[in-house]
Design a protein around this ligand. Structure first.
Ligand SMILES: NC(=O)c1ccc[n+]([C@@H]2O[C@H](COP(=O)([O-])OP(=O)(O)OC[C@H]3O[C@@H](n4cnc5c(N)ncnc54)[C@H](OP(=O)(O)O)[C@@H]3O)[C@@H](O)[C@H]2O)c1
Length: 287
């Protein structure tokens, strides 16, 4: 398969390149393909002539999206819709990513693909709008993968490094750490996610639609942090903090665990978050 990969320098993009089972991947740099330039998007799809376009790029710094809503809408919604349209015109499938933040957090059981979005802040609104834009432009070609709490070897440059690496660094400086216990999530390793994405695009039965792909299980950021230190045998006091889902004036979902129901129905499963964390720490933080 020929794949055009957008966002190859990110966490997920990096692991898609590392775990590529043998596809031909064209991965332009942001200087050649910026989602803020629709002309570049069209040119890249036309020139590459891909079977599949995988879009890992997004404007996903949540507080910054509140400050720059036009930019957030352009990258997360308008550009995704146009990209989907170009994919349909060139008969390429599109896999583009979305987020647990399309949900409002009122449930206490995992959100499934058919649950209605109810975003609480500009970021989630732009991502939900992006899902609709892609499906409206290319209902047969666009696959939306919602995921949550990503960490991977390449770190998330836009957020100054990934959550796990930052906690390992914290422990070098502090003996006590406060961590949010109000949000329950599905932390997900991009190593496992990238492998699941390749299984998804190789599956014959996958047409357009929404798929959730996260590591199995759930925890709060506080519990995730405790697990990092337990696995590494680091002695540090972690104090739970309940901010009731608020970051300043901005709301975050209290519960945004995703259920991989659609993927499981076609035989695609992911390991538990604890198993994934264990492997990540062994591979990247073994002393
Ligand atoms: N990280 C999470 O916790 C999380 C949670 C839920 C969903 N997701 C979604 O999962 C996907 C992958 O996330 P990730 O953590 O791998 O992201 P990431 O590490 O931040 O990487 C983002 C990639 O997109 C590129 N990019 C950013 N803006 C661009 C633009 N305007 N045009 C072209 N490329 C651009 C970045 O390039 P540069 O290297 O040049 O910056 C980078 O390669 C995204 O859609 C994200 O929103 C992530």
């Amino acid at each position: 398969m020929k794949i055009l990969l957008i966002g190859a320098t990110g966490q997920l993009g990096g692991d898609l390149l590392r775990n590529n089972p043998g596809h031909e991947i064209v991965a332009p740099a942001r200087s050649q393909l910026d989602l803020q330039d629709v002309g570049q998007i069209e040119k890249a799809v036309r020139n590459a002539g891909p079977d599949v376009v995988i879009n890992c790029a997004a404007f996903h710094n949540v507080p910054l999206c509140e400050e720059q809503p036009e930019k957030a809408f352009f990258i997360n919604c308008f550009a995704v819709g146009r990209l989907a349209g170009f994919c349909r015109e060139h008969d390429a499938r599109l896999v583009t990513f979305s987020t647990d933040y399309v949900f409002g957090g009122e449930k206490r059981t995992p959100y499934v693909e058919s649950d209605p979005p109810h975003p609480l802040q500009i970021y989630g609104i732009t991502r939900a709008a992006g899902e609709y834009a892609a499906i409206a432009a290319a209902p047969e070609h666009a696959v939306i993968v919602r995921t949550c709490g990503l960490y991977g070897r390449s770190g998330a440059a836009s957020k100054g490094g990934n959550f796990v690496d930052k906690r390992v660094d914290d422990a070098k400086r502090a003996k006590r750490l406060e961590m949010a216990c109000d949000q329950t999530i599905s932390p997900t390793s991009t190593d496992d996610l990238s492998r699941a994405v390749f299984r998804l695009i190789s599956h014959q039965g996958v047409a357009g639609g929404i798929y959730h792909l996260v590591n199995e299980g759930q925890c709060t950021w506080f519990e995730f942090t405790k697990a990092i230190y337990e696995e590494l045998g680091i002695d540090i006091e972690v104090v739970p903090v309940d901010r009731k889902g608020m970051s300043g004036q901005m709301r975050r979902p209290l519960y945004s665990v995703l259920g991989n129901d659609a993927a499981r129905a076609i035989g695609i499963t992911l390991p538990s978050w604890r198993d994934a964390l264990c492997r990540y720490l062994k591979e990247n933080h073994a002393s």
